[in-house]
Design a protein around this ligand. Structure first.
Ligand SMILES: NC(=O)c1ccc[n+]([C@@H]2O[C@H](COP(=O)([O-])OP(=O)(O)OC[C@H]3O[C@@H](n4cnc5c(N)ncnc54)[C@H](OP(=O)(O)O)[C@@H]3O)[C@@H](O)[C@H]2O)c1
Length: 316
């Protein structure tokens, strides 16, 4: 009994002593560039909370005009007023964008293009992690519909403005969970529920394949694109799953804060000299390894074509 007590005491003492180092390890990379972006125009989807909000805050602090594109304008206004007060930048604007509805995406793009003559940074940040079997307004499986198809359409609609404003960047939030993903071309409309709720992982693989193919197609235009894994972050992403919420709570000490989670998005949006790495995947502010499926050019091309078909667009 005494031996067990001794062992437990040693384990807990060790954990207590090493916890700050472990926490520091999980905090990950820091965006070190000091670049300021006064007058640059930025759109960030889902920036009313989480990683997107912190990304918006830092870009506003550096002088950008930041558009918070979100589905709940009241939540967006509350985030924007907090950021305006914090950064003393009045150019933080909120516009409605629901990525689960292509009409809303088109309305957002139309309004934005009428209002702004430039766009330098588009951050496709919004994301949903749903385990239940649900669909978007247009009948797409919800994870794929919002995380991939919604951002695919948004980028298509804004790309000319990005080209006109070059040098410009598109940053796509993916995830390390893409390693568990696979593109199920027959199931984009979610006819069959995905086993074990892997739909989120499939959508995050789609984000990577989109980044890869987009980089090829925009080569030489002055627009570049990057995919990001932000780390495992204490945000609201797990809100739709009791089990995930529980795990997030249990391990919350070791998860990144939302400020830490924003660092790689900021790095890809701001760091100088990143252009030769267009199409690549970053984590902790460094280029990192993608799964073999995310390097498959044929799947990337097919995903591009099928996405165009589903959205009724022609994007060469
Ligand atoms: N947190 C992590 O550990 C982690 C890890 C890897 C990758 N990521 C990725 O990082 C990105 C940001 O996630 P987060 O952790 O900051 O999560 P979050 O706190 O849940 O924020 C997600 C944002 O996306 C918005 N959103 C969801 N559905 C939308 C829709 N249909 N239309 C428009 N906006 C919508 C949410 O709006 P509402 O507030 O209105 O719901 C919210 O603003 C996501 O792409 C996620 O996949 C996160």
């Amino acid at each position: 009994m005494l031996a067990i007590l001794g062992l437990l005491t040693s384990v807990f003492s060790l954990l207590y002593v090493t916890a700050p180092s472990i926490r520091k390890f999980f905090a990950g990379g820091v965006c070190r560039t000091t670049v300021q972006v006064p007058g640059k125009v930025v759109v960030i989807t889902g920036a009313n909370t989480g990683i997107g909000k912190e990304t918006a805050r830092e870009l506003a602090r550096r002088g950008a005009r930041v558009y918070i594109a979100c589905r709940d304008v009241l939540k967006g206004e509350s985030a924007a007023s907090e950021i305006r007060a914090d950064t003393k930048n009045s150019q933080v604007l909120v516009r409605k964008l629901d990525l689960s509805d292509t009409r809303s995406i088109r309305a957002f793009a139309e309004g934005f293009l009428a209002e702004e003559k430039q766009l330098h940074i588009l951050i496709n940040n919004a994301g949903v992690m749903m385990f239940s079997h649900s669909k978007t307004t247009d009948g797409f499986e919800i994870n794929l519909g919002v995380n991939h198809l919604g951002h695919f359409l948004l980028t298509y609609l804004l790309l000319e403005r990005l080209k006109e404003s070059a040098p410009a960047r598109v940053v796509n939030l993916s995830s390390v969970t893409h390693h568990l993903g696979k593109i199920h071309f027959h199931n984009f409309r979610g006819e069959e529920p995905y086993r074990w709720g892997f739909a989120y992982c499939h959508s995050k693989l789609a984000n990577l394949l989109f980044t890869r193919e987009l980089a090829k197609r925009i080569q030489g235009t002055g627009v570049t694109t990057y995919a990001v894994h932000p780390g495992i972050v204490r945000s609201e992403l797990a809100r739709h799953s009791f089990l995930c919420c529980l795990c997030w709570r249990l391990f919350s000490y070791f998860l990144k804060s939302v400020q830490e989670g924003a660092q790689t998005s900021l790095h890809c949006a701001l760091a100088e000299g990143l252009e030769p790495l267009s199409g690549k995947y970053f984590s902790d502010c460094k280029r990192t390894w993608v799964s073999p499926r995310a390097r498959d050019n044929k799947t990337a091309q097919r995903l591009w074509n099928v996405s165009c078909e589903l959205l009724g667009i022609q994007w060469e």
